[in-house]
Ligand binder design. Sequence first.
Ligand code: TMP
Length: 233
Amino acid sequence: MLYEGKAKQIFETEDPNEIIIHYKDDATAGNGAKKGTIENKGILNNKITVMIYRHLEEQGIKTHLIRMLNERDQLCRKVTILPLEVIVRNVIAGSAAARFQLKEGTEIRCPIIELCWKDDALGDPLINDFHAIALNLATREELDEIYAMTEKINTILIAMWKEMGIRLIDFKIEFGKTAEGELLLADEISPDTCRLWDAKTNEKLDKDRFRRDLGQIEEAYQEIFSRLEKKEA
Ligand code: TMP
């Protein structure tokens, strides 16, 4: 094992350019303040991430995914993850609702892209491009490429979820660099990392059910998986 995170473990393989990502059922919120288990989450998030990444690849987004190995494991290209969380907001919710004192669900004129410095000890603080460059977290060129890819990913994902009767409220993505210097979308895209609301009822079908003790957590993840499966069929 190379690394263990809150929801995943990373293993090395015989090939130095490839790793295995193992998806666990562990869930945390509030930077580890709340801990729990969501039954089958690892299986669902592995499958959901693979389906989304395949769709993005088909639309020309370069990702680290090579293939799914089994229910909980995927084979990926080894990258060095940039220490940035790239957050996209299409509708105000979560920390943006609190920060701006706006009601959750408030519509905005265009998407907002935010950067957070991935540093648990600091609580992943919100930063801007100047911080990222000055603190050597990314170069101007890397940020330009990240923003261009992120806008494209957002456009693709909004349309994909809309087809399934789901509103993409916000999400978090991460990027990594291969040994050859290629920038790839990395990490997961799942109900752990997105806010997904049913288009008809605005019911929350994501990790906010765990964060806010709303119940029916596994059912929500299962519902997202079922709708993706139906779309693929
Ligand atoms: P926030 O409203 O708490 O800032 O979260 C915005 C989106 O980013 C939401 O879909 C959850 C996701 N997210 C993560 O996946 N990991 C994180 O560490 C944070 C802070 C947010």
